[in-house]
Design a protein around this ligand. Structure first.
Ligand SMILES: Cc1ncc(COP(=O)(O)O)c(C=O)c1O
Length: 438
C-alpha cells in the first residue's frame, strides 16, 4: 500500500478544524494519536501504551486475534448483500436468538445503533398504530433526527431545541439526585411518572407507540435502574397499547456481569431489544430483536433492505464475538473485576469528598463528582482535571451524565485484576496530586 505522510498532532487537529466534521470534539487537551490496539491497551505513535478504561465497543479487547482472523478470511472469500442465501447469516441469527428469551424470536440486522433504534421505532409504529413516544430524561438513543427528538441528553443541551410534540419525557429514576431519593420501592415509585405521560397522550386523542429506555442508563450517568422499575413501567405501557423497547446498544453482551442482557436484571422481557457497539467488536453492525407478532405487523409489503447489513463478513464477526464471550468467560470476568473496581472506588470515596456516589454493575460503573455531598452540586471541572491527569498517567477514562460530572468506567471485558488495580492506584495518586484527598 502507498505510504501516506505522517503528520504531527497539531497538523491533524488543524485539518480536522478546517476540513472535517466541525461538530465533534477531540478527546483530551493533550491530544492523542492512537495507532495500535491490543487487548485493553492502546498505543500512540511513539509507542507509549495507555490503559483503555472506557471503550465498550472493543468488548473482547482491541484487535482480538480471532475477530481479525475471521474477518480477513471471510473478506477474502466473499462480501455481498443479504439477498443471497448464506450459512453465516442463518447461523449467526440462530446463535444470537439463543441468548434471548424464547418470545424474542426474530432478528433484523443493521449497521449502527442509530439504525437499530430507528427500525425499532418503525416496528413499534406498525404494531401500535400510534406515533407517540415516551422517553426517559437524560437519555441518548442515536444521531438521526427522530432519535435526537427522543434523546433529551441532546435536545435539551447546547444547540438543542427541546422535545417535539410527539415525545413525552419522564423523570430519570435517579435515586442519588432525582425526585425520589429513597431506595425503598424506588422502582415502583419512579414508574408512576409514566402515568401523566400516558394521560397527556390520551388527552390529545393520540395513540402511544413506544416506551424506550436503556436497561442501564448511560448518558443519564452510568446508572443502574431501581429494582422493579421496568416491570411496573412495561405493564402500564402495554395497558396503553404501546410497545416496550430496551436499548442495549451500550450495555448488552454480558457487560452487566450477572446476565447476558441487562434487561434480565429487571425480570422483564421487552417487546423489542436493540443491540450495537460491542456486537462486532468494532466492526459496524447492530441488531433489532423482536417477537414474531411485531415482525409480522411490519411485514406490509414494503421491504426492509439494508445494503451493508447481514453481509457474510459481519455475520462471521458476530458469530466469533459470541463464541469468544463464551469461551473466555467474559460475563463472569465482568462481574468479578467489576465488583473489584466498585469496592476499590468505594474505598477511595472515603478519602475524597468530591466523590458523592459510586454505582454500577459488572463493567459498567460510574463515580459521580459533586462540590459537596450535602448540596450535591455537580463538579464537572474538578472531574475533568482528574480525567486529564489520568490521561497524562496513561490511563484513559471519560465523563458522562447531563452535568458531565460522572467518571465513566466501561473497559474492554478482558480487563484483569492487575490492570484494574493499576487504574485504581493511578486514580488515587491523581486525587492526591490534585489535593482532593482527605
Ligand atoms: C444507548 C445508545 N443507543 C444508541 C446509540 C447510537 O449508536 P450509534 O452511534 O452506533 O449509531 C448510542 C451511541 O452512543 C447509545 O449510547
Amino acid at each position: 500500500m502507498k505510504t501516506h505522510p505522517k503528520r504531527s498532532n497539531e497538523e491533524i487537529v488543524s485539518i480536522r478544524n478546517n476540513n472535517i466534521n466541525p461538530c465533534l470534539s477531540v478527546a483530551y487537551k493533550n491530544t492523542l494519536k492512537i495507532v495500535k490496539g491490543r487487548g485493553v491497551w492502546l498505543y500512540d505513535d511513539e509507542g507509549n501504551k495507555y490503559l483503555d478504561m472506557v471503550n465498550n465497543v472493543s468488548h473482547l479487547g482491541h484487535c482480538h486475534p480471532k475477530i481479525t482472523q475471521v474477518a480477513c478470511e471471510q473478506m477474502q472469500q466473499l462480501n455481498t448483500n443479504s439477498r443471497y442465501l448464506h450459512d453465516n447469516l442463518a447461523e449467526y441469527s440462530l446463535q444470537l436468538l439463543k441468548t434471548f428469551p424464547k418470545e424474542l424470536s426474530v432478528v433484523f440486522l443493521c449497521c449502527t445503533g442509530s439504525e437499530a433504534n430507528e427500525l425499532a421505532l418503525r416496528l413499534a409504529r406498525a404494531k401500535s398504530g400510534g406515533d407517540q413516544i415516551i422517553t426517559v430524561d437524560g437519555a441518548y438513543h442515536g444521531n438521526t433526527q427522530t432519535l435526537i427528538d427522543i434523546s433529551p441528553y441532546k435536545h435539551n443541551a447546547k444547540g438543542g431545541q427541546g422535545a417535539p410534540d410527539y415525545v413525552q419525557t419522564i423523570t430519570m429514576p435517579d435515586i442519588y439526585r432525582g425526585a425520589i431519593q429513597q431506595s425503598e420501592n424506588a422502582g415502583e415509585n419512579y414508574a408512576q411518572y409514566i402515568d401523566a405521560a400516558i394521560q397527556a397522550i390520551k388527552d390529545k386523542n393520540k395513540q402511544l407507540s413506544a416506551f424506550i429506555c436503556e436497561s442501564l442508563l448511560g448518558c443519564g450517568g452510568q446508572m443502574p435502574l431501581p429494582a422493579e422499575y421496568l416491570k411496573n413501567i412495561y405493564a402500564k405501557v402495554r395497558a396503553a397499547g404501546g410497545v416496550c423497547i430496551a436499548d442495549e446498544v451500550q450495555v448488552g453482551f454480558g457487560r452487566c456481569g450477572t446476565h447476558m442482557w441487562s434487561f434480565e436484571q429487571q425480570g422483564v422481557v421487552p417487546d423489542i431489544v436493540t443491540l450495537g457497539k460491542p456486537i462486532g467488536n468494532g466492526h459496524p453492525m447492530s441488531a433489532v430483536i423482536t417477537t414474531r407478532e411485531i415482525a409480522d405487523s411490519f411485514n406490509t409489503g414494503m421491504e426492509y433492505f439494508n445494503t451493508f447489513s447481514a453481509n457474510p463478513v459481519s455475520c462471521a464477526i458476530g458469530l466469533a464475538v459470541l463464541e469468544v464471550i463464551k469461551d473466555e468467560g467474559l460475563q463472569a470476568n465482568a462481574l468479578k473485576i467489576g465488583n473489584h473496581i466498585l469496592s476499590g472506588l468505594k474505598d477511595i470515596q472515603k478519602h475524597c469528598s468530591f466523590i458523592g456516589d459510586v454505582r454500577g454493575t459488572g463493567l459498567y460503573i460510574g463515580a459521580e463528582f459533586v462540590k459537596d455531598r450535602d448540596s450535591k452540586t455537580p463538579a464537572p471541572i474538578e472531574l475533568n482535571k482528574v480525567v486529564e491527569l489520568l490521561r497524562d498517567k496513561n490511563i484513559l477514562v471519560s465523563t458522562e451524565g447531563p452535568d458531565h460530572n460522572v467518571l465513566k468506567i466501561k473497559p474492554p471485558m478482558v480487563i484483569n485484576q492487575e490492570q484494574a488495580d493499576l487504574f485504581l492506584d493511578s486514580l488515587k495518586t491523581s486525587l492526591k496530586e490534585l489535593d482532593y484527598w482527605l
